[in-house]
Ligand binder design. Structure first.
Ligand SMILES: *[C@@H]1O[C@H](CO)[C@@H](O)[C@H](O)[C@H]1NC(C)=O
Ligand SMILES: *[C@@H]1O[C@H](CO)[C@@H](O)[C@H](O)[C@H]1NC(C)=O
Ligand SMILES: *[C@@H]1O[C@H](CO)[C@@H](O)[C@H](O)[C@H]1NC(C)=O
Length: 443
């Protein structure tokens, strides 16, 4: 079923409703309605009614890695490119990085994710697909060998790159279900063009690439699967946009200087882990939930772990609505306004992060609440535990310590397993961002 532009006018009426803002779908037709409905079912299924079991499991995994006396595996004579021994400093990395045969076991990565995205396997059950062509000239019938051809196939694929590449996307790159984009072993830069769009799909891994200077795409006809292309409106210029999607893992991605957000997760997306990323040069860094009016976002459960929020960042790391966000063992070395915030009673569990406040007096507070009186936000569950506060940083907690009430909001302090404290964060995040990996060497 191909879509035609003549219905654009009707569709714009649809777009006026808040529910579809940011969808960039010009014709919300049967095709998209079916996809949206399936996506909603996937989200319901992935939603975990006991989110603290996931935070506990995550924290236990970190403790376990750091308890074992540690660099043993790395010190076994395996060297990184320089003289440094391979040191996988956190449980996600420990699962694959120090294996010098990583290139022959790429799919092992699919076992390594922790946190809410832990069931993400990407293209594990599929063939490898090798990107050989960095061009993106035909977005309706992409050439075989391009990244766009790979991500729009209907079957699972593990997508790798033949060589170093700079890819300028001419329109949003609409990624279909059961895909891994794996940039290990080469230097892949998605730069200067349109963004990644993960829309109404499930099970996607984005790993080890750079995403920089992303701009809004103009819109037009764009393919989103083998059987369908359709008219898109102008895109926002996010680095990665997760829209109505489930089981997404973004790991070791370096993101900077995009027009809108670096990573947005909206429209009832859930079961997401964002880990080991290095984020720089940006204003609105991460948005989880785009509208106070959109209550289906209550299904959102997201882990933000081992990321380095670095130079030139201003705010939203992340900015949350409705859902449950575990912000754990991240290094916040730069912000200009605030780090973690939100509206519409999200649950935010901040554990074992390092927050280094900027020199400006008015920006020492880590947290920021929007659109609520103090009487209202006092009821939101925002917890800080084991966070390392530096340079005057402070986290304003809220939520009742009363167990019954806390349970109602989805979190009880009694369920807390202590996270590894913030003093370990520089170590846990030491290898954030895209890595230089070489064949036959630990990565
Ligand atoms: C871990 O190693 C340090 C020194 O490298 C040592 O002091 C410590 O006792 C070791 N801990 C365990 C549990 O082996
Ligand atoms: C993705 O893979 C799963 C597991 O094999 C399968 O059940 C599902 O239908 C696939 N999704 C799509 C859209 O093909
Ligand atoms: C950010 O991207 C814009 C183009 O979109 C470019 O002009 C600018 O120099 C970039 N800034 C940095 C700090 O890289």
């Amino acid at each position: 079923m191909e879509s035609r532009p003549k219905l654009l006018f009707l569709s714009l009426i649809f777009l006026a409703s808040a529910a579809f803002s940011g969808a960039h779908i010009a014709e919300y037709d049967e095709y998209w309605k079916t996809k949206a409905e399936l996506a909603r079912m996937h989200a319901q299924k992935a939603y975990n009614p006991n989110p603290e079991s996931v935070t506990r499991h995550f924290n236990q995994a970190v403790l376990k890695v750091l308890e074992k006396n540690d660099t043993r595996r790395g010190l076994r004579g395996q060297k990184k490119s320089g003289n440094e021994p391979c040191m996988a400093t956190n449980p996600i990395d420990r699962c694959w990085r120090c294996n010098q045969n990583w290139e022959h076991h790429r799919k092992r990565l699919a076992r390594c994710v922790k946190g809410f995205g832990r069931k993400t396997t990407g293209g594990k059950d599929g063939d490898f697909y090798v990107v050989t062509d960095p061009s993106d000239s035909d977005v309706i019938n992409p050439k075989m060998g391009t990244l766009r051809y790979g991500v729009t196939r209907d079957r699972p694929l593990w997508i790798v790159f033949a060589s170093n590449m700079v890819i300028r996307l001419t329109q949003e790159l609409i990624v279909s279900s059961n895909k891994t984009v794996d940039g290990r072993g080469v230097n892949v830069r998605i730069i200067g063009g349109a963004s990644f769009m993960i829309q109404y799909v499930h099970n996607v891994i984005i790993h080890n690439i750079h995403i920089t200077d992303i701009k809004a795409g103009n819109g037009g006809l764009v393919r989103d699967s083998e059987s369908h292309y359709g008219l898109r409106t102008r895109s926002d210029g996010d680095g990665i946009s997760i829209f109505g999607s489930t089981n997404v893992w973004i790991d070791h991605v370096s993101l900077s200087n995009c027009t809108d957000g670096l990573i947005d997760a909206i429209q009832a997306s859930t079961a997401i882990t964002i880990s080991n990323c290095h984020l720089t040069q940006h204003n609105d860094v991460m948005l989880f939930g785009a509208s106070d009016a959109y209550s289906p976002d209550a299904v959102m459960q997201i882990t933000v772990a081992f990321n380095h929020f670095g130079r030139g960042l201003i705010q939203r790391m992340p900015r949350c609505r409705w859902g449950f966000v575990h912000v754990v063992n991240n290094d916040y070395t730069h912000w200009m306004m605030y780090a973690v915030g939100g509206s519409k009673h999200p649950t935010i569990i901040s554990q074992g992060n390092r927050y280094v406040a900027p020199p400006t007096q008015f920006a020492k507070e880590v947290t920021k609440r929007d659109y609520a009186t103090e009487a209202e936000w006092k009821k939101w569950t925002w917890r800080s535990e084991g966070d390392l506060m530096q340079n005057g940083a402070f986290f304003r907690e809220s939520g009742s310590s009363d167990k019954a009430k806390a349970q109602k909001s989805g979190f009880t302090t009694n369920d807390l397993i202590k996270a590894k404290p913030g003093s370990f964060v520089t170590r846990l995040t030491r290898y954030s961002g895209a890595l230089d990996c070489f064949p036959n060497k630990p990565c």
